[in-house]
Design a protein around this ligand. Structure first.
Ligand SMILES: CC(C)(COP(=O)(O)OP(=O)(O)OC[C@H]1O[C@@H](n2cnc3c(N)ncnc32)[C@H](O)[C@@H]1OP(=O)(O)O)[C@@H](O)C(=O)NCCC(=O)NCCS
Length: 180
């Protein structure tokens, strides 16, 4: 499986159909999927395999600098979450960073660590800014966005079927947050 990057504690790598069992623990979890945009609960391992197959095929066709990746603990090799850089519905040139973590791993700074590294990678791959779209009551996701240096720029319902908080990250914001 192609490795994208490593941080102190995490490996960020491509998804594989073989991840279905571990991925199901994340994408069938109500506390995770309730916050994702237009994403239905995955009912079983077979359905998860189909989704992963779709993600891996799509990955080969995506614009450089975008994609979906699995987050794996370097120590022990457990798959604990997913992270993505995906084109936004409007305008299509903008890119959204998305993150999902199995609840038992919340509160340990894993997504902050992965998102900072992925944003750094994205800015080296010619992206000039990234966005996060966060539901108003998703306090954890908003806190993570702020922790990685994102700035709240407003609210909008133009992207999906509900009103979402819009956060933006530029290279200088990331550099400032990494110094804290
Ligand atoms: C959003 C989500 C990924 C955030 O998970 P998280 O573990 O809180 O994220 P972070 O990596 O930012 O961790 C921060 C927490 O770890 C703690 N922490 C521990 N070590 C840390 C470190 N080295 N660096 C940063 N934070 C650390 C922080 O104090 C904070 O804890 P607190 O929330 O109890 O104050 C997770 O809640 C999730 O998967 N939610 C469902 C999906 C979702 O909402 N996705 C986003 C849609 S827009």
């Amino acid at each position: 499986m192609a490795e994208l990057l490593r941080t102190d504690r995490l490996l960020v790598r491509n998804w594989s159909v073989a991840d279905a069992e571990a991925a199901l623990k994340i994408y069938s979890e109500g506390n995770v999927i309730r916050w994702l945009h237009e994403f239905d609960c995955i009912p079983n391992a077979a359905a998860m395999q189909t989704v992963l197959q779709g993600w891996t095929t799509e990955q080969t066709e995506m614009t450089p600098g975008t994609g979906r990746w699995a987050l794996v603990l370097l120590q022990g090799g457990t798959l604990i979450g997913g992270i993505s850089l995906l084109p936004m519905p409007v305008p299509e040139a903008d890119v959204e960073i998305g993150y999902q973590l199995a609840p038992e791993y919340w509160g340990r700074g894993y997504i902050t660590e992965a998102a900072r590294a992925l944003a750094h990678w994205a800015f080296q791959h010619s992206l000039v800014e990234l966005f996060a779209l966060v539901a108003r009551d998703n306090a954890r996701a908003a806190a993570t966005a702020r922790r990685i240096g994102m700035e709240w720029v407003g609210e909008s319902d133009k992207y999906h079927r509900k009103r979402l908080e819009v956060f933006r990250l530029r290279p200088d914001d990331l550099a400032r947050a990494r110094q804290k």
